[in-house]
Write a protein that binds this ligand. Structure first.
Ligand SMILES: [Zn+2]
Length: 486
């Protein structure tokens, strides 16, 4: 090459490297990429003033920052501001039925109190309920009256709406307390929860939907309350589901980034053939222990995340390894091309062979495993970093990579857990996560109940309505029935 040609070539390469480097460094704040494509670990720094600016402004002390926690950019907390004009229902409720709640027997002498006795109404409330019929949805209003009766023995018996579960947070003006005295009936509350959790509609969109299609005016706070009531009612059921998971033979585990008020959390999922439990927390190992317990004896199917590593009975997800192998085979890795191609081919063949019932100690399967191992050993000290890493990863975790060969019940991939997380990942992209610890807890509990109901073939929303009704009445919750799955 002449000097000019060489200079021209060097110049072209420099330009190419520059444009690639620039593109690699782009994120949602510097390009038209969506925020969901940003690195979850760096997302928290986005929008914050950089260190130099903070240092230049001495008034910004650590104390001042803590005082602003919980406020957004405008300095106001979310929701209605103090002194703002309130909203009231302007839609009159047309009552179509009345239900009377009167004491049936005297609390002091246990004698029966018939309807012929003189009684007085002590309280009443209206309740809107969704009635489901074949191919029909209707909202009806019922007036619930509560009565007091004086027994001949002199005891005053008063019937009141029952009070159930509650969730209190220190310093909160209004805590969540479930009670039968409620404008929204259990089935309507379950319907609202379904619109939010299953259809992923925002509170405002639910409000719009109910007004447009059912001619029902509800405030955003009432809608929010229904969704939270379902979450709170789900929590006792999830405790039982965690027991089910811990007793299972095979558990799939996975985790995905989650945001709580913009800060990075992790959503964990543990799923078996008959139960799914979600949990939102840190990515530490304690979260894993909280899910499957210290003494889990079954098999875990996981990806390569380190927190899973010290469990003795584990199947590594081969789909992850195949994807990494494909990246080597299709990318610009000089020495990696052959390694990636052979690895992908052999792993797929191994899965097929075992799937066709050729597990264990057959010569063909043994040859295949020896070839995968040999391929990794030859490339363990390869030139390319990615090649070295993938080869080392497989060799270091060899027993977990091939565990499914010796136990035909083990699935070779973690698709079940990844599928369970898909719904939450889409919700995260729409809603940007949850905002409080309580909200995260309720969201995870509600999702666990919905997913498990679907898995067990139980009609989710009738069950949810029962759950809400029992939790409002202070009755113990009924666990999700286990039916034979077709
Ligand atoms: Zn009495």
């Amino acid at each position: 090459m002449s000097r000019e040609e060489l200079e021209e070539l060097a110049w072209r390469w420099r330009e190419m490297a520059r444009s690639l480097a620039n593109r690699a460094g782009e994120d949602s704040s510097t390009s038209s990429r969506p925020p969901s494509s940003d690195d979850p670990y760096r997302r928290q720094e986005r929008g914050k003033p950089n260190a130099a600016e903070v240092a230049a402004d001495p008034s910004e002390t650590a104390l001042g920052k803590a005082g602003n926690a919980g406020k957004n950019k405008s300095g106001k907390s979310a929701g209605k501001q103090p002194g703002a004009k309130g909203h009231w229902r302007c839609q009159p409720i047309v009552v179509s039925a009345e239900v009377e709640h009167a004491p049936q027997a005297c609390a002091a002498c246990r004698s029966a109190l018939g309807p012929e006795r003189e009684r007085r109404c002590v309280s009443a409330h209206n309740s809107l309920e969704l009635v489901r019929a074949d191919m029909a949805l209707q909202v009806t209003a019922t007036r619930h009256g509560y009565f007091a009766l004086r027994c001949p023995c002199g005891h005053d018996n008063v019937e009141r709406p029952r009070v159930g579960l509650s969730s209190s947070i220190e310093g909160r003006k209004r805590n969540l307390a479930m009670s039968e005295r409620c404008l929204v009936g259990p089935m309507l509350a379950a319907f609202i929860a379904a619109l939010s959790l299953r259809c992923r509609l925002s509170r405002r969109k639910i409000q719009e939907f109910l007004a447009d299609w059912l001619d029902l005016e509800l405030g955003v706070a009432t809608i929010e309350r229904c969704i939270h009531e379902f979450g709170l009612a789900s929590e006792p059921v999830v405790e039982q589901l965690i027991e089910d998971i811990r007793a299972a033979e095979i558990v799939h585990l996975d985790e995905t980034p989650w945001y709580q008020k913009g800060s990075l959390r992790w959503m964990w999922v543990a799923t078996t053939a008959l139960a799914t439990v979600f949990q939102i927390g840190s990515r530490r190992k304690e979260e894993l222990t909280a899910l499957i317990g210290e003494a889990f004896l079954g098999w875990l199917v996981t990806d390569g995340y380190l927190a899973y590593r010290d469990h003795p009975r584990r199947q590594r997800c081969l789909a992850h390894l195949i994807r990494k192998g494909l990246a080597l085979a299709e990318g610009y890795y000089d020495g990696g091309y052959g390694f990636g191609r052979d690895l992908v081919r052999d792993l797929r063949r191994l899965i097929e062979r075992v799937h066709d019932g050729e597990g264990g100690d057959t010569p063909a399967v043994n040859r295949l495993m020896a070839r995968i191992k040999g391929n990794c050993q030859r490339n363990r000290d390869g030139v390319e970093k990615k090649v070295r890493e993938l080869a080392g990863e497989i060799l270091n975790d060899w027993t977990a990579v091939v565990a499914f060969v010796f136990d035909p019940t083990l699935p070779p991939t973690n698709n079940d857990a990844e599928r369970a997380l898909r719904h939450a990942v889409i919700a995260r992209r729409i809603s940007f996560g949850t905002r409080t610890d309580e909200g995260s807890r309720f969201y995870a509990a509600a999702l666990s109940v919905i997913d498990t109901c679907r898995k067990r073939g139980v009609e989710t929303w009738s069950y949810a309505a029962c759950l809400i009704a029992d939790a409002r009445a202070g009755l113990p919750s009924i666990n999700i029935p286990t039916r034979a799955v077709a």
